[in-house]
Design a protein around this ligand. Structure first.
Ligand code: NI
Length: 269
């Protein structure tokens, strides 16, 4: 399998299971934008820091296919998250932004729910990180547990309900012909009735930090729990513009203060 084929598995899952992602992608194509899954700025993954599924484990297949870890790291003390990013083997491929929840910083209750959750993943899937990274939920979904997790961490409850998959793809605004910036995209999407993430302002970052981002709020989707269907926030779409640094090169990294608010795109709203 090539790295493009592997990335496409995440993209097809995201496009088929997140109606907003498919619709927005098609709106962009209808305007004449030439974007493919490979021309996105990044693909974002979420996980727990349990060694069975942590960043290093999840990234094994990407690294085997040429991705390299960046030495830039990102800390989110309030959300108790750690993140890193990986650079693609070719420039015209998405970066990977991957975060992990720091389990030991949470209550015993949260830790035991997550341990019990991960214990249910079949060993064959745990042994195969290529499958694991988009294996979704191989566990029973209990709505009471979901709510207990949500009270401590909306990241934990989202990951419990949706499992391992693309949390979002981010369109690279620099490649667009019909939009100059994130603000124009937000205004366009509002006319299509999408709700923009306005936590701390609709634009995260800006030219002064060499990275500007915005995103829609995740739409609610039906998720089947053991006691029936519940409507909860799903995945979202993001937009990323990079600016050149003093050397003229586009800033390659992410900005923790911005990502901190983008995480909240999957919060209840
Ligand atoms: Ni992102």
């Amino acid at each position: 399998m090539t790295i493009a084929d592997y990335l496409e598995q995440f993209w097809l899952q995201y496009q088929s299971e997140v109606p907003a992602a498919k619709d927005i992608y098609e709106l962009f194509l209808d305007r004449g934008e030439d974007i493919t899954f490979l021309s996105h700025d990044h693909l974002a993954l979420r996980t727990f820091n349990d060694p069975r599924v942590n960043i290093e484990t999840m990234m094994q297949p990407f690294v085997a296919m040429g991705y390299t870890v960046s030495n830039m790291t990102y800390d989110f003390p309030a959300k108790k998250l750690f993140a890193r990013h990986y650079e693609p083997p070719q420039e015209d491929m998405p970066k990977i932004f991957i975060s992990e929840l720091l389990l030991e910083q949470f209550s015993e209750t949260l830790q035991s729910i997550i341990k019990n959750t991960l214990d249910q993943i079949p060993q064959a899937i745990l042994n195969d990180s290529k499958t694991l990274a988009h294996s979704k939920t191989n566990w029973k979904l209990n709505f009471e547990d979901y709510e207990i997790l949500a009270a401590e961490s909306e990241y934990a409850s989202w990951l419990y309900a949706y499992g391992f998959r693309a949390n979002h793809f981010a369109i690279r605004v620099n490649h667009l012909k019909t939009f100059e910036n994130c603000k124009e995209i937000n205004d366009f999407l509002r006319t299509k009735n999408y709700k923009i993430n306005e936590e701390n302002g609709e634009l995260k970052g800006g030219p002064e930090v060499l990275l500007e981002q915005s995103s829609i709020m995740a739409q609610y989707a039906d998720v089947e729990f053991t006691d029936g269907i519940h409507k909860i926030p799903s995945c979202y779409y993001e937009f990323t513009q990079r600016f050149p640094d003093k050397t003229g090169a586009l800033y390659p990294g992410f900005v923790a203060a911005s990502a901190d608010k983008i995480f909240e795109s999957t919060n209840k709203h």
